[in-house]
Design a binder for this molecule. Structure first.
Ligand SMILES: C[S@@+](CC[C@H](N)C(=O)[O-])C[C@H]1O[C@@H](n2cnc3c(N)ncnc32)[C@H](O)[C@@H]1O
Length: 227
């Protein structure tokens, strides 16, 4: 069966993943299951599994990257809703998560995907550990990879932040929200400073017009491969 493309086809998947998340939240509790406030609010206040930027990114990736030659890495994947949606749409994808409680629940979400859509689940591998350390010297860190970060605010040491920054040049394309990368950057000046750091390491950063409200997604590429 051909895979379905575009975020319009994600409604059934979204409802199914949402139901899975509700069951896990109710049976285990928010903190033991790694929902914490973030996914607790997604379930109780938003009422969907997929976020608006998950859907926006599925459409963006669908428009820009072919499924045969490109693969996706989602750094800081949380419960892995984006990789589920991308795998459902036919992409080969890895989700990387360092929080062990969250990783375990992401594994259960992956398991639920496998029950309903086994072929999609086979395209999605969940990897526990810290990005980029856990993917260093693996085939995931190559120019064929599209590296994505969504809402990736965490306590990164200076050393980790520097290694993370250096890892961006290894991938052919990087997509991230400059407001929520490592730390929150709520002013245009802070965001411009981060974009300047990308440019200083030879990356071209172009804003993504389809960014969801309140987000500032950029598409980064090594300068030399832009025609
Ligand atoms: C706020 S949550 C958001 C999850 C998901 N990105 C989303 O947008 O729904 C950020 C996640 O990134 C993870 N994370 C942050 N830095 C990471 C790193 N260097 N390696 C792996 N996971 C990381 C955190 O553990 C956390 O689960």
């Amino acid at each position: 069966m051909p895979h379905q493309t575009g975020s319009d086809n994600l409604d059934f998947l979204d409802g199914y993943l949402f139901r899975t998340m509700v069951q896990i939240l109710n049976s285990e509790g928010a903190d033991p299951a790694g929902f914490y406030n973030y996914y607790k609010a997604r379930v109780e206040q938003v009422g969907t599994a997929l976020s608006p930027y998950d859907r926006m990114l599925v459409d963006y990736v669908d428009a820009k990257f072919d499924r045969q030659n490109r693969r996706i890495v989602h750094g800081g994947t949380g419960l892995g809703t984006l990789p589920c949606a991308l795998a459902f749409s036919g992409y080969t994808v890895a989700g990387v998560e360092q929080d062990m409680a969250r990783l375990r629940t992401a594994g259960r979400v992956h398991g639920a995907l496998a029950e309903a859509w086994p072929a999609a689940a086979e395209r999605y591998v969940l990897i526990g550990g810290e990005f980029p350390t856990v993917l260093a010297d693996t085939p995931w860190m190559t120019p064929e990879t599209v590296l994505i970060f969504t809402n990736c605010v965490a306590t990164w040491s200076e050393d980790l932040a520097a290694r993370l920054m250096a890892s961006l040049s290894t991938c052919g394309d990087v997509i991230l929200d400059v407001r929520l990368f490592g730390q929150s950057r709520d002013t245009p000046e802070e965001r411009q400073m981060l974009i300047g750091q990308f440019e200083a390491q030879g990356l071209v950063a172009l804003p993504i017009a389809e960014s969801t409200p309140g987000a500032f997604y950029y598409h980064l590429q090594p300068r030399q491969i832009i025609p």
